[in-house]
Design a protein around this ligand. Structure first.
Ligand code: UN1
Length: 513
C-alpha cells in the first residue's frame, strides 16, 4: 500500500506513535489515559496522545499565568517577530503538515495545504497588526483634559477547536492572541490530536530559538471534561470555541456563568441563491465545491441551493452531471475530489439524515450510500448526494456535517429566495449567484442576507483570513481571524488625563470644598 510520504511527514513533524498530550511549550506532561487517533483514510492507528489530568491542567494554567507577566510587557512588534518566525516554520513544514491534516482528518491534500496556507496568511496578517493595535483619541468636554482609548492584553486565551479545521482555526486565534499579548491554552479536537502535537512542536522550536519562557503556547487534550476545566476557570478570561451549536450552548453558558468572555463559531446552514441571472458554469463549480469540499464537513459548506423555478431543471441536470464526475477515495491521492468522513459516527449521522429527509418527503436525485471494497476499508467513505426538499423539513433546518445537498425552488423575485435563505436558525455563510446589480446589492442590504458572511458570485466556503470570520443567530455571534476581530482578544481601557491645576467635573457638576 502507498504511504504517500506519511512516515516522513510524521518524522519531520516530531509526531511519534505515543505522545504527551499536555504541553506548556517545550515541556510536556503525559500521565493521563491514552487517546488513540485512527485515520479515516485507511482506518490505521496513527498514534496516540495522553489526556490532560486535573493536576496537569493546574500546572499548565500556573505556567501560563507566569508567562503572561513577561509576555504582556514585551513590545507588540517584538511579539510580532515571534509570530513572523512561526510563519516561516510553517512555510518550511507546509507539505508535511498538510499531509498530516489530510491523513488524520480526511480532507484532500490540496485542502490540507490550503489549511496550512491559512495559518501562514494569518501569521503575516498578525505581524503587520502587531504595529497597529490602535486606540482612539477622544475630545474631552473639560478644558485641559485629554481622552484616549488603549487596548491591553487580556491574559490566558482558551482555544477549543474542531476536527474539521484541525490546525487553521487554532492559528487564527493564537496568532492574533499572541501579538495582542495574550498567552494561549489550546484544546484540539480529540478526533485530531496529532495535528495538535505537530503544531505545538513547530511553535516550541520558535520559543526555544528565542529563549522564551514556558507557558506562551500550551496544549491540553481530552474530551469535553477537559474543556470544562477551562470554561469553568475564572483564570481564563476568554474562551474561543469552534464546534457544534450544542457544544457552543454549553460552553457559552459555562463561561457566561462566571462572566467571562467567549467567541463562539458554531454551525452553519449555508445556502446559495441561484437567480435567473446566474452564470451557470460558475454556479456549478461554486455549488459543488461548497457541498462536497472537505466531504461537506466545513462550517461554511453549502447545504442548500435556492434555485429560481425558471432555471431549476437546467441547474439540477448540470449538478447531476457534475456529481457523476466526482472521484471519491484516498484524499492523499490528488486524483480524488472527495475523501472520507471523520469517523463512523459521522457516517451514521449522514445515513440518518438521508433516512429522515426521505421520510419527510424529500426526493433523492443523486443517491448516497456508504462505499465498500478496495480503498474504502475504513468504512468512512460516503457518496455525496443531492435531495430535492423543502426548507421547512426538520432535517433541512439542521446542520448535518456530511455531503448532502438540498435543492429548494423559489418563485418570483429575489426577496422570496432571501426569505428562504434566512429562514433557518443558523447564520454563518450565504451567497447569491447573479449578474444583476440590483439583486446583488439587495442581497447585501439590511433587508438581505442575515449571515455573518454574504458573498456575490462565489460560493459559501473558502473565506480569506483578512475578513472577520463568524456568524449570527445560533452560529454564536463571535468573530475570529482578520479585520478588527483582534479587539475581542484585548481589554479596552478609557483614559482621561487632566493637564491643568483645576479639577472641573464632567456634566458641569459643581462640587467645591
Ligand atoms: C470552519 O469550517 O470551521 O471559509 C472554518 C472556509 C475556511 C474556514 C472554515 N476558510 O471555508
Amino acid at each position: 500500500q502507498q504511504d504517500f510520504g506519511m512516515a516522513d511527514a510524521l518524522n519531520k513533524l516530531g509526531v511519534k506513535s505515543s505522545n504527551h498530550g499536555t504541553s506548556t511549550g517545550l515541556e510536556t506532561l503525559g500521565s493521563g489515559t491514552e487517546i488513540s487517533s485512527y485515520s479515516p483514510v485507511d482506518g490505521h492507528l496513527i498514534g496516540s496522545v495522553t489526556a490532560t489530568t486535573a493536576a496537569e491542567y493546574e500546572q499548565v494554567v500556573t505556567t501560563a499565568q507566569g508567562a503572561f507577566k513577561m509576555w504582556r510587557d514585551m513590545p507588540a512588534p517584538h511579539r510580532g517577530e515571534i509570530v513572523r518566525q512561526f510563519g516561516e516554520k510553517l512555510r518550511a513544514n507546509k507539505d508535511a503538515l498538510g499531509k498530516l491534516v489530510s491523513y488524520e482528518m480526511g480532507k484532500s491534500f490540496q485542502e490540507g495545504l490550503g489549511e496550512v496556507q491559512e495559518m501562514i496568511d494569518i501569521c503575516d496578517f498578525a505581524v503587520g497588526l502587531s504595529r497597529q493595535l490602535h486606540g482612539l483619541t477622544i475630545k474631552s468636554e473639560r478644558p485641559g483634559h485629554h481622552m484616549q482609548e488603549q487596548w491591553h492584553p487580556l491574559g490566558i486565551v482558551g482555544i477549543i477547536s474542531a476536527f474539521n479545521f484541525p490546525v487553521a482555526v487554532w492559528a487564527w486565534n493564537t496568532a492574533i492572541a499572541w501579538i495582542c499579548g495574550d498567552v494561549c491554552i489550546w484544546k484540539p479536537s480529540e478526533k485530531t490530536p496529532l495535528c495538535g502535537v505537530a503544531c505545538q512542536n513547530i511553535i516550541a522550536e520558535v520559543l526555544k530559538d528565542n529563549n522564551l519562557p514556558e507557558g506562551i503556547s500550551c496544549m491540553i487534550n481530552g474530551d469535553y471534561t477537559v474543556g470544562e476545566m477551562m470554561t469553568a476557570d475564572g483564570r481564563v478570561p476568554l474562551v474561543s470555541a469552534t464546534g457544534s451549536i450544542r457544544m457552543g450552548k454549553i460552553v457559552g453558558k459555562a463561561v457566561a456563568e462566571r462572566l467571562g468572555k467567549s467567541i463562539l463559531e458554531l454551525g452553519g446552514n449555508n445556502a446559495i441563491i441561484i437567480s435567473p441571472e446566474a452564470d451557470l458554469r460558475m454556479t456549478v463549480i461554486g455549488s459543488v465545491f461548497g457541498a462536497v469540499g472537505t466531504a461537506g464537513q466545513r462550517c461554511t459548506s453549502t447545504r442548500r441551493l435556492i434555485i429560481h423555478e425558471s432555471i431549476y431543471d437546467k441547474v439540477k441536470q448540470a449538478l447531476v452531471d457534475a456529481y457523476g464526475q466526482l472521484r471519491i477515495g484516498n484524499p492523499l491521492d490528488e486524483n480524488n475530489h472527495v475523501g472520507p468522513l471523520i469517523d463512523k459516527d459521522a457516517v451514521n449521522s449522514y445515513l440518518a439524515a438521508i433516512g429522515k429527509v426521505k421520510t419527510e418527503g424529500g426526493n433523492v436525485i443523486v443517491e448516497g450510500g456508504v462505499l465498500e471494497g478496495e480503498g474504502y476499508e475504513s468504512g468512512c467513505y460516503v457518496k455525496p448526494c443531492i435531495v430535492e426538499a423543502n426548507n421547512e423539513f426538520e432535517i433541512v433546518q439542521a446542520e448535518t456535517f456530511a455531503p448532502i445537498l438540498y435543492l429548494l425552488k423559489y418563485e418570483g423575485d429575489v426577496q422570496n429566495a432571501i426569505d428562504l435563505q434566512n429562514g433557518v436558525a443558523q447564520g454563518l455563510s450565504s451567497a447569491i449567484m447573479t449578474n444583476s446589480v440590483q439583486e446583488a446589492h439587495y442581497f447585501l442590504s439590511a433587508s438581505g442576507s442575515d449571515c455573518g458572511i454574504a458573498n456575490v458570485n462565489i460560493g459559501t466556503s473558502g473565506a480569506e483570513i483578512g475578513g472577520a470570520f463568524g456568524g449570527e443567530k445560533e452560529t454564536g455571534g463571535g468573530r475570529e481571524s482578520g479585520s478588527d476581530a483582534w479587539k475581542a482578544y484585548m481589554r479596552r481601557q478609557t483614559n482621561t488625563l487632566n493637564y491643568t491645576t483645576e479639577l472641573p467635573l464632567a456634566q458641569g457638576i459643581k462640587f467645591d470644598l
